[in-house]
Design a protein around this ligand. Structure first.
Ligand code: COA
Length: 278
């Protein structure tokens, strides 16, 4: 597969987010850490929330090398009280919050026939309920006028994908959540958008959804002919958070190398669902 080109942490002007405060739920690794780094590189203080304390510490020390301040917080987004406490901690340390990213997600490939009720609920609880918890608990701490929220969506929200009934339903719910909150919170000066990354190299998502043997074939079918990088998703997120997008709300930004334009069999997943189901 063509490697991702070397990419600066941010293509925006330094200091764009000076004096701004951000929370990235799920920001301890992968795409969300890429987003946290891009925000930090623009000068904002960034808190990352994750379930694993060691990963959170590790992410925060990487962020401290880039931005003015970083705070590692431990919470499971499914646990309202825990995420509520984490959000309060971020706001008490930093001050009013400007940017919140609801990015915590869980996924695995399982055909509907072999997916238990608890398996379905686990993914919808992390992705959809978790996004609601993240935004709901952030709301009292938002600076309001000029605040910008992003939920991480995915192509499954729009296009059915083999073995993804749980994630497809959760991400479709996120799309609806984003539009409804954009409507309700717009008058307070809060923008809410979703960001839909395609296959991003070296992430847990790709590891879980794309068999190694299919990486090259899937990359070749993308119009951009390669997987993306966390830095590229970070730059897309900064656009949505920044004043450059000040009249953009309730929208989905696809940062997917054109994946949504490809035929369905160019998508990951089908290979991992047994032939009998297909
Ligand atoms: N296939 C089918 N069912 C599965 C499964 C798989 N590969 N992995 C988990 N499940 C089911 C479990 O069997 C269980 O259901 P059951 O009680 O009926 O048996 C249910 O899902 C919950 O699993 P559990 O491991 O207890 O959940 P958890 O809360 O510890 O972990 C996951 C959540 C399952 C999403 C886990 O994979 C995770 O923590 N992922 C986070 C990272 C991630 O997925 N990143 C990629 C994002 S794109």
């Amino acid at each position: 597969m063509t490697p991702c080109p070397d990419h600066p942490l941010t293509t925006y002007r330094p200091g764009l987010f000076a004096g701004r405060n951000a929370v990235v739920a799920g920001g301890t690794s992968g795409i969300n850490l890429g987003i946290a780094k891009a925000i930090a590189a623009c000068g904002a203080k960034v808190a990352v929330i994750g379930r694993n304390g060691e990963k959170a510490e590790h992410a925060a020390s990487a962020l401290r090398e880039i931005g003015p301040e970083a705070l590692p917080l431990i919470a499971d987004v499914r646990d309202f009280a825990a995420i509520d406490a984490a959000m309060a901690q971020a706001a008490k340390r930093f001050g009013p919050l400007d940017f919140v990213v609801a990015g915590a997600a869980g996924n695995f490939i399982a055909a509907a026939d072999s997916l238990s009720s608890n398996g379905f609920r686990t993914v919808t609880d992390i992705d959809l309920l978790g996004a609601f918890h993240t935004f709901k608990t952030a709301r009292p701490w938002l600076r309001e006028e000029g605040s910008s929220l992003i939920a991480i969506s995915s192509g499954q929200a729009f296009q059915p994908m083999w073995g993804q009934v749980h994630a497809s339903a959760a991400k479709a719910g996120i799309e609806s959540l984003v539009r409804t909150l954009a409507l309700e919170w717009g008058p307070a000066g809060i923008r809410v958008n979703s960001l839909s990354p395609g296959p991003i190299a070296a992430t847990e998502g790709v590891k879980r959804l794309v068999p190694q043997s299919r990486v090259d074939a899937i990359a070749r079918r993308l119009p951009i002919r390669r997987f993306g990088s966390a830095e590229e998703v970070g730059n897309a997120a900064v656009f949505l958070l920044s004043p450059a997008a000040s009249f953009v709300t309730g929208m989905t930004l696809f940062c997917d190398g054109g994946m949504m334009l490809t035929p369905y069999d160019g998508q990951p997943g089908a290979d991992l669902v047994p032939e009998t189901v297909r």
